[in-house]
Design a binder for this molecule. Structure first.
Ligand code: NAI
Ligand code: MG
Length: 368
């Protein structure tokens, strides 16, 4: 038996716990069907509820605790009783930043069985690589003259040559390893004079090491339009923290919505655990109703399985999701169905079992 991977599970707020339950069920199933794949879960109830009870959203040594795990499966954080500043800046951001998860990896792929809202939306399949540790999401800046007519706010964007180069190298390596011919960089260096010109220079410098891959650079506003008018042209899209965040919601909309969009916060060097979460938030409007689509979270768990070295099992999960979508019998309301979160999770587990028994039968026939 392989060494077990230790997974820290943080279900969080709103629909987080509902969809994380289904993702854990899928992971438990993978463990049971493939005895060489071993996972151990530890659940951490760090959430807005926890904050309201303890005055902090995670214990002081929370990051030291998480550091010992091989990966983190995260639901969502956000609750109207608690300022987003707490959920985002005291939970999500510290994990992403302290664990140097400088890549946010978001597949934008139209799954089989899902119609795109675009007339010409078939075969959309690209990835967004978002710089995840610096950029526009910084706590550098401040306010002056608060409460007066002269009140002003300064919010600094932090772009470093080294940070940009690391994200760019990840994007080019990904393109190289996946047979892609282009990397598209989102910029705005015409209007954002200092930070975005440095971004452009750093990306271009890295591109020189990859003569077989073409670097395309588009202004973010035009690029947003191209996501709608010609999404099939993209293979790997590289963007700053804010641009990547917005582009990935747009990307998710053209392939069926937030209920289907997974993400990974990666520390590519493996010095710290990486974190896997759906693109969506805590969806307070449907929380507690049992109707959230668990597919984004289950797919995020599959990205985690791939990160842990089992691309085969990750593929099995994504194909099982597609089987369920193609059959179109079990769907949550966001996809026009009437099924519950649990029913979709169970249908995906059923499809995984069916697929696995085929894989297993083929393997046994080879062994005979
Ligand atoms: P949201 O992603 O939570 O919801 C946007 C819309 O999409 C809502 O109508 C929601 O019902 C729907 N939706 C989202 N996920 C769905 C799913 N799995 N199945 C079906 N429908 C789904 O974004 P919103 O409303 O802007 O933010 C709500 C809270 O979540 C806020 O407190 C926000 O700060 C937080 N948030 C947290 C994130 C995280 O934990 N990484 C990311 C985004 C938002
Ligand atoms: Mg977002």
């Amino acid at each position: 038996m392989n060494k077990g991977y230790r997974i820290a599970v943080i279900p969080g707020d709103g629909i987080g716990p509902e969809v994380v339950d289904e993702a854990v069920n899928v992971l438990e199933l993978l463990k049971n069907i493939d005895l060489t794949f071993n996972l151990e879960f530890e659940i951490f109830e760090w959430s807005s509820e926890y904050y309201l009870r303890h005055g902090e959203i995670m214990p002081k040594d929370g990051l030291d605790t998480l550091k010992k795990y091989d990966a983190i499966l995260f639901g969502a954080a956000g609750d109207k009783r608690v300022p987003d500043e707490v959920t985002i800046w005291q939970l999500i951001m510290p994990i992403r930043k302290k664990f140097n998860q400088y890549i946010n990896f978001r597949p934008v792929k139209l799954l089989r069985g899902v119609p795109s809202p675009l007339a010409d939306g078939e075969d959309i399949d690209f990835v967004i690589i978002r710089e995840n540790a610096e950029g526009e999401y910084s706590n550098s800046g401040g306010k002056l003259y608060t409460g007066t007519e002269r009140e002003l706010a300064i919010q600094n964007t932090v772009i470093t040559k080294a940070g940009t180069a690391k994200a760019a190298r990840f994007a080019f390596e990904y393109a190289k390893n996946h047979g892609n011919k282009t990397v598209t960089s989102a910029t705005k260096s015409n209007a954002i004079l200092h930070s975005m010109t440095l971004w452009d220079e750093a990306v271009e410098a890295v591109s020189k090491d990859y003569p077989l891959i073409t670097l395309k650079s588009y202004y973010i506003d035009a690029l947003a339009a191209y996501f709608v008018s010609r999404p099939k042209d993209f293979e790997v899209v590289l963007a700053t923290n804010l641009f990547g965040d917005i582009l990935s919601d747009l990307g998710s909309a053209v392939v069926g919505g937030l209920g289907l969009s997974p993400s990974a916060n990666l520390n590519p060097e493996g010095e710290f655990p990486s974190m896997f979460e759906a693109v969506h938030g805590s969806a307070p409007d449907i929380a507690g109703m049992g109707i959230a689509n668990p597919i984004a979270q289950i797919w995020s768990a599959a990205l985690m399985v791939e990160h842990l070295g089992r691309e085969d099992l990750a593929k099995l999960v994504v194909e099982a999701i597609e089987d369920v979508l193609v059959k179109a019998e079990v769907r949550t309301p966001d996809l026009g169905g009437t099924s519950t979160t649990r029913e979709v999770g169970a249908a995906i587990c059923g499809a995984i079992k069916r697929k696995w028994s085929l894989v297993d039968a083929v393997r046994r026939s080879h062994d005979d």
